[in-house]
Design a protein around this ligand. Structure first.
Ligand code: ZN
Length: 161
């Protein structure tokens, strides 16, 4: 088990376009295992490779729907529909949340650890997570989509003037 260091907003690696994965290697398998360990350790629902400093098109997602974790290599969103507005956060911006509108349904194609293509359909939180993590692969942070103010987590937060 290896927990990797999560890059935080302001780190230029989070603003870059990630490269497609062409073949699975032992190194990438280790990266994916570490990404899962890191996501669970930080209690996130998703993590993208650039968040641990690797510019590859890989994301992991676990929304505790009983089917995860999902490992998406070279994911592409094929279809979206509907709309949902809700709180969103990111492990690269710890402690901050904001309202973001996303599609309520997403159909994506990706490759798994075995590099075989598969289709993943998701609604609600899974749809939100797929969109959020795919954005990371194009160097986009959710803050650009936040409606209104970013808020701090926790009611015990004391404002300093
Ligand atoms: Zn994120």
């Amino acid at each position: 088990m290896a927990i990797r260091n999560i890059r935080v907003m302001g780190d230029r690696v989070l603003e870059k376009n990630c490269r497609p994965v062409e073949e699975m290697t032992p190194r990438l398998e280790e990266l994916i295992r570490d990404m899962l360990d890191t996501m669970y350790d930080k209690m996130g629902v998703g993590l993208a490779a650039p968040q641990v400093g690797i510019l590859k098109r890989i994301v992991v997602i676990d929304v505790e729907d009983g089917h995860g974790p999902y490992v998406l290599i070279n994911p592409q969103i094929l279809e979206t529909s509907g709309e949902q507005t809700g709180e969103e956060g990111c492990l690269s911006l710890p402690g901050k949340y904001g309202q973001v509108t996303r599609p309520n349904y997403v159909k994506a194609q990706a490759q798994g650890m075995d590099m075989k293509p598969f289709i993943l359909e998701g609604e609600g939180l899974l749809a939100r997570a797929i969109c959020h993590e795919c954005d990371h692969l194009d160097g986009k942070m959710f803050v650009s989509l936040v409606e209104g103010e970013l808020r701090d987590a926790g009611s015990d937060y004391e404002e300093e003037e």
